[in-house]
Design a protein around this ligand. Structure first.
Ligand SMILES: [Zn+2]
Length: 378
């Protein structure tokens, strides 16, 4: 296991995310394809690992055009390794041809049979497109499963904060959410909640659930800006980014266990905060957001303005609000987004909310409900 015994020249380095087990935080690192196995370098403090090629397992056959791969190995029981990179799947297939075999290798998985059926569905669905296997898997999940995963993630991430429940504010938010949902794909619905939390934040969790904070609404200058952020998060939801992100982070076995009601999501806040979406995913969410805004007859300017303004605010007094900075870091890059918005042709638009509803949304935290007691059974 000496890291020095690799003699091949400059192997390609792939971004990877290693998860040791369900209660541990994932660690980002670099994976390379060595002579005898996948070499995993997680940086200082982590011993380097080699997962032998012939012992590697995947949940579904590796396809050469997959954009990411989720691996497990008896070399590291309980762990999963998510590797991203267009060429990784093809290179891996040449080193570990057994992974491309159609033969199912589910038997070692706890929820084997159930998964096999779902994965078969997912593989069939993604066969034509070079989709991420995880996304097609997430798409095939029953909605009730995604909701459970979403509840678990939301409860964990909003821990200690009360949900805002002022009746007129909730009604105003529902009005905005319905207006934006009109252009969403068939069968997609959203559940938007505001939490009394001064930190500026907005995120989507599985099952079309979206969380906005009071801090974000306070920072918005008009309802179009809230609509822009909300549409962007809806875009993440439409594209199943939270589902695939969580499965990547905790591993598929743990995610399925949660979906079946077998436990909670440990460290989900930390996990999702660290997650960040790829540039490609952000762009997908933006394109969806523009589509939703147009369908709703809301000007797209709010989407660009808000991110730009907050970025400027953060650069002007860096360090004053780490939370917002963190949020921006996970939503790169504001300038590109603003440019995309500017390129949109004009269309007739009205304010996202009338003056009265906007005021009501701004005071949605006048009344709050207590957070649920933590469940000790998990
Ligand atoms: Zn985003």
């Amino acid at each position: 296991m000496s890291p020095n015994d690799t003699t091949h020249a400059d192997p390609v380095r792939y971004y990877c995310r290693f998860t040791g087990g369900r209660a541990t935080s994932p660690v980002d690192g670099v994976a390379t394809l060595g002579l005898s196995g996948v070499e995993i370098d997680l940086g200082p403090g982590h011993p380097s690992q080699i997962w032998q090629y012939d012992r590697l397992r995947t949940l579904e056959p590796v396809r050469a055009n997959a954009i990411d791969v989720l691996l497990s190995s008896p070399d590291a029981p309980g762990a999963s390794l998510f590797v991203q990179g267009g060429r990784f799947a093809a290179d891996l297939a040449s080193h570990a041809p057994h992974l491309t075999a159609r033969a199912a290798r589910w038997r070692n998985w706890r929820w084997g049979l159930l998964l096999a059926a779902l994965v078969a569905l997912a593989v069939a669905a993604s066969f034509a497109a070079g989709w991420s296997p995880l996304r097609s898997f997430a798409t095939a999940l029953p909605d009730s499963w995604r909701q459970r995963l979403g509840d678990s993630a939301r409860e964990s991430m909003t821990q200690g904060h009360k949900q805002c429940a002022d009746a007129s504010g909730v009604a105003a938010l529902a009005k905005l959410s319905e207006r934006l949902s009109k252009a969403a794909p068939e069968g997609v619905s959203f559940n938007v909640r505001v939490y009394d939390w001064p930190l500026m934040n907005a995120f989507a969790v599985p099952g079309g659930q979206i969380v906005l904070t009071k801090g974000l609404i306070d920072k918005a200058e008009n309802p179009d800006e809230v609509a822009g952020v909300l549409a962007h998060e809806m875009g993440h939801g439409i594209e199943m980014h939270p589902e695939t992100g969580i499965i990547r982070s905790v591993g598929l076995a743990a995610a399925v266990e949660i979906m079946l009601g077998g436990g909670g999501l440990a460290n989900a806040g930390l996990m999702l905060a660290q997650l960040g979406y790829s540039r490609g995913a952000e762009r997908e969410a933006d394109l969806d957001a523009l589509h939703l805004l147009k369908g709703a007859g809301i000007a797209p300017k709010g989407l660009g303005n808000f991110f730009m303004r907050v970025t400027k605010m953060e650069t002007d007094n860096s360090g004053s609000n780490g939370g917002a900075l963190n949020w921006l870091r996970t939503h790169p890059p504001a300038a590109e987004r603003a440019k995309l918005v500017r390129q949109q042709p004009d269309y007739p638009a009205t304010p996202a909310l009338d003056a009265q509803s906007w005021q009501e949304l701004q005071s949605i935290c006048k009344t709050t409900i207590e957070p649920p007691k933590p469940d000790n059974n998990g």
